[in-house]
Ligand binder design. Structure first.
Ligand code: GMT
Length: 390
């Protein structure tokens, strides 16, 4: 198949999933065309069968806001026409699903099938804002196929948007060969030269990640045993986190590593992964950590219970339960045998449920089903249904 993929190229789970999906599909012989305003973050090297089309947005004194949604639609239509796309797969509904719809209107009957993958905040936070609600709902209804990264997100989409159309759950995946436990190349001795325990957190440092909770959990652990905290990523909460680390007296043991390309290598240095988010439709970082054999201490929110098996591959707590999370971390870090067993279970869970070789074929099958349904529905794209209450 010739597949167009649009995603945010910046650091964020949806861009990571889209990039890795494109690379995996290319390995399976499909021709992949990324369409975005910059090269997606985990797509730094070109693979065979992978192409990148940059969306350029015109600036003009009249425009306070550059018209990205329209420029993207125009580029989607151009690429579809030039290379003959079968499928246009957009990640994160806003504005990508809207641009895809516009592109199909431009192209008419030769348009590719549009598949939209909902990732999380496009539904739970941004899409429900009154300024975007109706257009997001319309774009979901008009897509030829819609997938959600967790059962939780599918439920929330039905609940919040009142959509009746089918939503197919295809969970996120991980390359378990790249994200794997191994001793060689581990930077552990560099970060924890005195044999300290190492806790890791990775995110885009937005308020819903609850970075202060990460620091408070760590400070409580640090009071009980020698430990280091690796903070990977960057975002708006970073300056406040630096101050809080100082206030809590743990600044010397907290390493702000900013954005990093080689996430699998950094995870090798860790013992436990922390993800105390307020909202998480899936929690890709928790899956990547588990794949590297790290138990996860996280919140029981959103799709996280679908990723982390509570009591088996980590522990889940209500949002804000800093003390309980710290107790669980200390107990685990002080019990080498339990830590190892839980790490092995975490790795197994990634292998058995979320390996790329299991999940990517589900996308291929989904594309095939969507194309077959389009062929069977003459003249037809799905129509947008009014909300049930209207
Ligand atoms: O909201 C983010 O943290 C970024 C967002 C994205 O779209 O980049 O992440 C969402 O998608 C990820 C990939 O599917 C999921 O692993 C995250 O749980 C989800 N984030 C939230 O729901 C908050």
């Amino acid at each position: 198949m010739r597949i167009g993929i649009t995603c945010y190229p910046t650091y964020g789970g949806s861009g990571v999933v889209a990039s890795e999906l494109g690379v995996e599909l290319a390995r399976r012989g499909h021709e992949i065309h990324f369409i975005s305003y910059a090269l997606p973050v985990r797509l730094q090297q070109y693979d065979q069968h992978v192409f990148f089309h940059e969306v350029e947005v015109l600036t003009y004194p009249l425009f306070d806001h550059p018209p990205y949604t329209i420029a993207l639609a125009a580029k989607m239509a151009d690429v579809a026409r030039q290379v003959g796309l079968d499928v246009l797969h957009v990640h994160y509904a806003i504005p990508h699903a809207v641009s895809a719809h516009l592109a199909t209107e431009v192209l008419g009957p030769s348009a590719p099938a549009v598949v939209t993958t909902l990732h999380g905040t496009d539904i739970t936070l941004v899409g429900r804002d009154p300024s975007l609600f109706s257009i997001t709902r319309f774009a979901i209804e008009r897509s030829d196929g819609v997938t959600c990264v967790s059962h939780y997100l599918a439920g929330r989409t039905r609940e919040l948007f009142g959509v009746a159309r089918p939503l197919t759950v295809i969970p996120n995946f991980v390359d378990t060969k790249r994200f794997a436990r191994r001793e060689e190349g581990s930077p552990r001795a560099f970060f924890a030269p005195r044999g300290e325990r190492v806790l890791v957190h990775l995110s885009n440092f937005r308020p819903l990640k609850r970075i202060p909770d990460v620091l408070q959990v760590f400070a409580a652990v640090r009071r009980r045993l020698p430990a280091k905290l690796l903070l990977v990523g960057d975002g708006v909460e970073r300056p406040a986190a630096t101050s809080l680390a100082q206030e809590l007296g743990v600044a010397g043991d907290v390493l702000f590593l900013s954005r990093q390309e080689d996430v699998p290598r950094l995870l090798l240095a860790g013992d436990v992964f922390l993800l105390p988010s307020e909202e998480e439709s899936f929690g890709l970082a928790a899956l990547e950590a588990q794949s590297c054999g790290l138990p996860v201490i996280a919140t029981r929110v959103g799709g996280l219970p679908e990723v982390v098996a509570d009591g088996e591959t980590g522990y889940l707590f209500p949002v804000g339960s800093v003390q309980a999370m710290a107790e669980a971390a200390v107990a685990l870090l002080q019990d080498a045998e339990r830590l190892q067993k839980m790490g092995e279970a975490a790795r197994r869970r990634a292998l058995v449920h979320f390996d790329a070789s299991l999940i990517v074929p589900r996308y291929e099958a989904f594309y095939a089903a969507v194309l077959a349904e389009r062929r069977a529905t003459p003249g037809g794209r799905p129509t947008a249904q009014p909300p049930p209450s209207a």
